[in-house]
Design a binder for this molecule. Structure first.
Ligand code: C2E
Ligand code: MG
Ligand code: MG
Ligand code: MG
Length: 292
């Protein structure tokens, strides 16, 4: 009966769940103020070329520094920002921050090949998205080729006319798209034919089991074969061990990102890497010692 169900529901509503719900409620309230009060920070996680272990680019990753609760990770607050309708403002803040950082590096004679920015489905699919992105890039006088957008498969779940138009506008602008967490989402591959889509990021869950898991090894190899025949470059996410690095390099993966090379770091630390990269103009910067 409904009464029993109610009792059951109550029984399963543990103190732990109540604490989580309370935290969620408090954070929701605070999230509304976080942008105005400058509580967000950007970290950058470098990625390397498997060919020579040199720096290729970096992904901008957001952190919320809550005044009382310390650092809160995007897995917790991005879904909240999506429900509150704040994500477009947050993603826009990230893009502007990245463009200003690129401009600052340019003024100090440093150049990063590209920075990847994560864009939520709701904002990517919004009719104002392309215009806003163009304005931000132009205002900061950034080369659009230095910006890459990461979207997940679920963002292009329905490859409708609006998404196609967004994609071709981005392609026209020179902004490349990477499919983030590739292999974990929607199973249609039609969007891989869009000219703006230039990169696949293999989800960490497939990299985890390398090289020992025969299943993960087969899946990764199949993704690399498919990507190569479609002219897409592949970035492996979550590379943590030398054995994973070796497998991916030998399998012909182009690019790697993960704790083996670097955790997400502050802009100053990335500036230092760029400075070292620029000084060794012939010998490429090596984040990972070359193995013998
Ligand atoms: P993502 O785009 O797939 O980002 C990669 C995540 O994996 C990051 O977590 C990164 O710190 C973590 N990671 C990198 N290397 C390793 C590794 O070797 N091992 C392990 N275990 N983890 C690794 P993070 O920073 O917590 O971000 C989580 C997710 O939050 C991101 O996943 C992205 O979907 C979302 N996100 C982050 N920043 C933004 C943003 O500015 N806007 C939007 N819309 N979403 C964001
Ligand atoms: Mg990403
Ligand atoms: Mg990912
Ligand atoms: Mg992710």
């Amino acid at each position: 009966s409904a009464k029993q169900e109610e009792r059951n529901t109550f029984r399963f509503y543990t103190p732990r769940m109540r604490a989580d719900a309370n935290r969620r409620l408090l954070l929701l309230t605070d999230l509304r103020r976080a942008l105005q009060e400058n509580q967000f920070q950007l970290l950058y996680q470098p990625s390397i070329a498997f060919a020579d272990s040199g720096l290729l680019g970096a992904e901008a990753l957001l952190r919320w520094h809550h005044p009382e609760r310390g650092y809160i990770m995007p897995s917790e607050f991005v879904p909240m920002a999506e429900t509150l309708g704040l994500i477009r403002h947050i993603d826009e803040w990230v893009l502007d921050g990245v463009c200003r950082q690129i401009a600052q590096w340019k003024r100090s004679g440093l150049k990063i090949r590209r920075i990847a920015v994560n864009i939520s489905a709701g904002w990517f699919s919004h009719p104002d998205f392309v215009q806003q992105l163009t304005t931000t890039i132009e205002r900061n006088a950034v080369d659009p080729q230095q910006i890459m957008l990461e979207i997940t498969e679920s963002t292009i779940l329905h490859l409708g006319e609006a998404t196609r138009q967004t994609m071709s506008a981005l392609h026209g602008l020179g902004v490349a798209i990477a499919i983030d967490d590739f292999g974990t989402g929607y199973s249609s591959l039609a969007y891989l034919k869009l000219p703006a889509v230039a990169y696949l990021k293999i989800d960490r869950s497939f990299v985890d089991g390398l090289p020992d898991s025969a299943e993960d090894a087969s899946i990764v190899q199949a993704m690399l074969v498919m990507a190569r025949s479609l002219g897409l470059a592949v970035i492996a996410e979550g590379v943590e061990t030398e054995a994973q690095h070796d497998f991916l390099r030998l399998a012909g993966c182009e690019e790697g990102q993960g704790y083996l090379y670097s955790r997400p770091i502050q802009a100053d630390e990335l500036s230092e890497l760029l400075r070292r990269d620029a000084q060794q103009d012939t010998k490429r910067l090596t984040l990972v010692p070359p193995r013998t």
